[in-house]
Design a protein around this ligand. Structure first.
Ligand code: NDP
Length: 446
């Protein structure tokens, strides 16, 4: 890339956000792929859109004190980064994981801006979280932590301002505790969080949405290239929300899922892994993936989560965490016959891994498009809350399916229009950017 202006902006982002490699990685990827847009739209440069879009509108960092079961006071750090509200109220998940720090939340918030734009729904981008580790905590500890977290967050969110959701470590239980505390403090019952339980404002199919959406997007991408999911061998990293329901939908589409993982290791089962067994193991029994082999004699467990990328497959679905596929893993996938990588997790491939995909010409479905089904369905939950009605599972699933089709179509169209046919990463970045950029320009220097 030779554009001096763009290189200058990237340099400033690097200096201003030193010590936040994930954020710099996400911004660099997006800005580099916007080169053809920048060259054809001097009005965006004049309006300072690129400089503004790479800087969050607001970053909130707060203390989260809570009491553990031994009566000791613990302190964690909470974050909410409200990145961009040009096209709607801030929207994005909350992550509870010990690795959380400002740079992770900023990278996720930045990605969310473009992802939300792609969904066609009116949602700005945000992300939040805490460096809290839910693993091994009692239910009471989780509740006290969530209540303390919300006691501070409540000052900055609201149904027309910022609507958080779940992410790693934040599922229906945590959303329930946070919603309860919000309601108690504000004395109002509003759609301030998504991913809520079905009996208090949640949407059917929200739990399944990211995994299902990943399958719908991948199906479109394969069909556009003369291929199909049916009969293919699939590997999925992770065994959480996204991974589990991706397994269900890909299996329904006729694929066989032969490997899944957690942060300790992976299981391989040549007979295929039934998603219902994973639900039982992870959601009901709260066990590790290695326990799968005790009930499935044909399955083999291997310690070390990155080994999953050495398993021969046609389609790889990274659904665990950022930067889980590096150059070596990408090369191993391709050497073993993988022809498509579609991302359920956020930024799971390093820039070097993406280079390998691009050079080898495999199909690559980037996260901000491929995993947008979760936030799209959160948008549908907000709509249902506003009109005080609930749609059936089938209705929500059909809307999700049509949104994922339209996301693929926009990525495909933008890639073609800007001379990069088949590069869905560039297509997603450009299509997501254009809508936000036009709105920012129209709203003036804010
Ligand atoms: P969950 O907490 O339900 O599951 C996360 C899974 O990933 C677990 O199996 C976990 O294993 C594994 N994992 C976490 N960290 C690591 C690590 N460092 N190395 C290897 N494995 C790891 O989270 P979700 O399924 O909700 O989220 C997964 C990814 O999808 C994230 O990147 C998230 O941002 C993204 N995403 C989620 C959406 C949603 O709707 N939930 C929407 C869009 C994107 P372990 O139990 O060992 O930690």
């Amino acid at each position: 890339m030779k554009n001096q202006y763009l290189l200058g902006v990237i340099e400033t982002v690097k200096k201003r956000n030193a010590g936040e490699p994930e954020f710099i990685q996400a911004v660099t990827e997006v800005l580099e792929s916007l080169l053809p847009v920048i060259e054809s739209r001097p009005d965006f440069v004049e309006a300072g859109i690129i400089e503004r879009i790479a800087e969050p509108e607001r970053q909130i960092i707060f203390r989260v004190p809570w009491t553990d079961d031994n009566g000791r006071i613990q302190v964690n750090r909470g974050f909410r980064v409200q990145f961009n509200s040009a096209i709607g109220p801030y929207k994005g998940g909350i992550r509870f994981h010990p690795s959380v720090y400002l740079g992770i939340i900023k990278f996720l918030g930045f990605e969310q801006v473009f992802k939300n734009s792609l969904t066609t729904l009116p949602m700005g981008g945000a992300k939040g979280g805490a460096d809290f580790d839910p693993k091994g905590k009692s239910d009471g500890e989780i509740m006290r932590f969530c209540q303390s977290f919300m006691t501070e967050l409540v000052k900055y969110i609201g149904p027309d301002c910022d609507v958080p959701a779940g992410d790693i470590g934040v599922g229906a239980r945590e959303i329930g505790y946070m919603f309860g505390q919000y309601k108690r403090i504000r004395n109002e019952f509003t759609g301030v969080l998504t991913g809520k339980g079905l009996n208090y404002g949640g949407s059917l199919a929200r739990k399944e949405a990211t995994g299902y959406g990943l399958c719908y997007f991948t199906d479109e991408m394969l069909k556009a290239n003369g291929k199909s999911i049916a009969g293919k061998t699939v590997i999925i990293s992770g065994s959480g929300n996204v991974a589990t329901y991706a397994n269900q939908k890909f299996t329904e589409f006729g694929a066989k899922v032969v490997a899944m993982s957690d942060s300790n290791g992976y299981v391989y089962d040549s007979n295929g892994i039934d998603y219902r067994d994973i639900v039982k193991l992870k959601e009901v029994e709260h066990k590790r993936i290695k326990e799968y082999v005790s009930t499935h004699p044909s399955a083999v467990y291997t310690e070390g989560c990155s080994g999953i990328w050495t398993v021969p497959c046609d389609i790889a679905l990274p659904c665990a965490t950022q930067n889980e596929i590096d150059k070596q893993s990408a090369e191993s996938l391709i050497k073993n016959g993988c022809f498509a990588v579609s991302e359920g997790a956020n930024m799971p491939s390093t820039p070097e891994a993406i280079d390998v995909y691009m050079k080898s010409g495999i199909l690559y479905g980037p996260a901000k498009a491929a995993n947008a089904g979760g936030v799209a369905t959160s948008g549908l939950e907000m709509s249902q809350n506003s009109i005080r009605l609930s749609w059936s599972f089938k209705e929500v699933d059909e809307k999700l399916h049509s949104i994922m089709k339209s996301i693929f179509a926009s990525c495909d169209k933008a890639a073609k229009e800007y001379g990069m046919e088949g590069n869905y990463m560039a297509g997603a970045n450009i299509a997501g950017f254009l809508k936000v950029a036009e709105a920012m320009k129209a709203q003036g220097c804010v």
